[in-house]
Write a new protein. Structure first.
Lengths: 328, 167
């Protein structure tokens, strides 16, 4: 081993340390988010939520995780063995990569890329592949229907999402998340989300749809498809899908915070704190929305994307280009 | 649909989204209604519908107000109630032991036995509603358990006597 590899400047060392931190971050946040989700759900419905395990039920997600790990991994008869087990891994692995270019802090960069945004979009696009494999490999009609829905939804919502992101990238003139964040200021009127609220709105709606969260949780609609693509998964197979969903939520919230809310910038607090505050504000909004809105019908879902969000995103992009062209 | 109508619809839809968030947001801040049972208990047990019980007379709480008319037995859709009264003796059989028969019986204004089979009861309350002298009401013990279904055949006269003694 060359001594170079041990120094923190070596890209491989940085990558490994960064990945380890990301795993820890994802695991911890998964636990916290499950607790927050259940507490919010409870309070919205005038219930207390988890209460008995630990103070305020704080240890409930840990107990649930232990239960999940301890469960038997079952596979239905006639399922495709390789696809079936590859799917949960494939759901979780790309998400962790998405954390690497996230701008937590100007000094905290696991992997600083000048095309960080493209990396995140590319790898989050991989997520839908795991849903297809899970649905196809399970040999289950609900799974297959869920997978088919996931594809249609993903195709429909990636278009306006990319257009919204593009309008910000054009405004900032960069695909580097650090640079885009750096071009905004610490105060709300300096944020792209306030200067370009339409793109922010489109991004938020698409982010909810891309992460398969209610009201757009059609691939796993409980009341229609049992659990959609992860109907047949037990134990940690399901656990990985679950963790991937929450990790995905954190990624899109992180991207939204960096693109639209000025990322780490803000008065008084330190950089990473501001970033986490903004990420959690968006996460709370997503959780709040989940317990407010009923699930949309599938044609409504596609109508919203193709007839509203995509044209609006194109108009927004055109306006941004014109303004940028006039302003130089 | 014209374009303006389309946008109008979208606007109302958007507005309703915020209204919805407001409603759940308000609910989030409201106090919870859940009663965490072993630690807390509800305070309106008087509204609880347990099995029916007899109501005693005001001057003598151990004697039911019941006049043994049998209206409750007729009203019960599940045949839970049994009211027994002494059958009037026939001519020439005055010395024979008194037989008990279903109410109403001629000359009998008080029940000999009132039995409810709670395992059949659907708590509809028709018996209490029909009673002309308001002699039936719901009991309020939510903690009733039994290991044997026979224990759900409850002798209401004995129960009333016990309650009167306890008071």
């Amino acid at each position: 081993m060359s001594p170079d590899l041990l120094s923190f400047d070596h890209p491989l060392t940085r990558l490994v340390v960064g990945l380890l931190c990301v795993f820890a971050f994802v695991g911890l946040n998964g636990l916290v988010l499950v607790w927050v989700e259940r507490k919010v759900a409870g309070h919205v419905q005038l219930r207390p939520g988890p209460l008995h395990v630990g103070p305020y039920g704080l240890l409930q997600p840990i107990v649930d995780a232990v239960k999940l790990v301890g469960k038997q991994l079952a596979m239905p008869a006639g399922a495709d063995k390789y696809l079936y087990w590859a799917a949960p891994l494939l759901a979780f692995a790309p998400v962790t990569v998405c954390f690497l270019p996230l701008p937590f802090d100007p000094d905290l960069a696991p992997m600083r890329l000048n095309i960080g945004l493209v990396l995140i979009l590319a790898f989050s696009g991989l997520g839908v592949l795991s849903l297809i494999l899970a649905g196809w490999g399970s040999n289950n009609k609900w799974g297959l229907l869920g997978a088919a829905r996931a594809v249609a939804q993903s195709v429909a919502y990636e278009v306006p999402l990319l257009l919204a992101v593009m309008s910000v990238a054009i405004t900032a003139g960069s695909l580097d998340l650090y640079e885009i964040t750096g071009k905004q200021g610490g105060w709300p009127w300096q944020w792209y989300g306030v200067q370009n609220p339409l793109a922010f709105f489109i991004f938020l709606v698409c982010a909810v749809a891309e992460t398969n969260r209610a009201p757009f949780d059609l691939p796993e609609a409980e009341s229609e498809l049992t659990a959609g693509f992860h109907t047949e998964y037990s134990g940690m197979g399901f656990g990985l899908f679950f963790l991937a969903e929450y990790a995905n939520m954190i990624v899109v919230s992180g991207v939204a915070a960096a693109l639209f809310l000025g990322g780490w910038q803000g008065p008084f607090l330190s950089g990473i704190l501001w970033f986490l505050v903004k990420v959690y504000a968006i996460l709370l909004l997503m959780i709040w929305m989940r317990w407010t809105y009923p699930r949309v019908r599938f044609d409504q879902l596609l109508n919203l994307s193709w007839k509203w969000l995509t044209p609006l995103a194109i108009i927004d992009l055109a306006l941004v280009v014109i303004i940028k062209g006039i302003g130089g | 649909m014209s374009v303006s109508a389309l946008f109008e619809e979208a606007c109302t839809g958007l507005k309703s989204l915020f209204v919805g968030l407001g409603i759940t947001g308000k609910a989030f801040c409201q106090p919870q209604v859940t009663v965490i049972y072993p630690k807390q208990e509800v305070d309106n047990l008087s509204t609880f519908r347990g099995h029916v019980e007899l109501v005693g007379k005001e001057d003598d709480p151990s004697v039911p107000r019941c006049v043994a008319c049998g209206a409750c037995v007729k009203a019960c859709p599940s045949d839970c109630l049994t009211i027994l009264c002494p059958v009037p003796a026939k001519e020439g059989e005055q010395d024979a032991p008194v037989a008990m028969g279903p109410a109403p019986q001629k000359g009998s204004k008080t029940p000999g036995a009132v039995i409810v089979d709670f395992s059949l009861c659907s708590l509809c309350g028709q018996c209490a509603k029909t009673c002309p002298v308001d002699s039936l009401r719901f009991s309020d013990n939510p903690y009733m358990v039994a290991l044997d279904r026979k224990e759900f055949r409850i002798d209401l006269m004995a129960r009333l006597k016990r309650q009167a003694e306890e008071e």
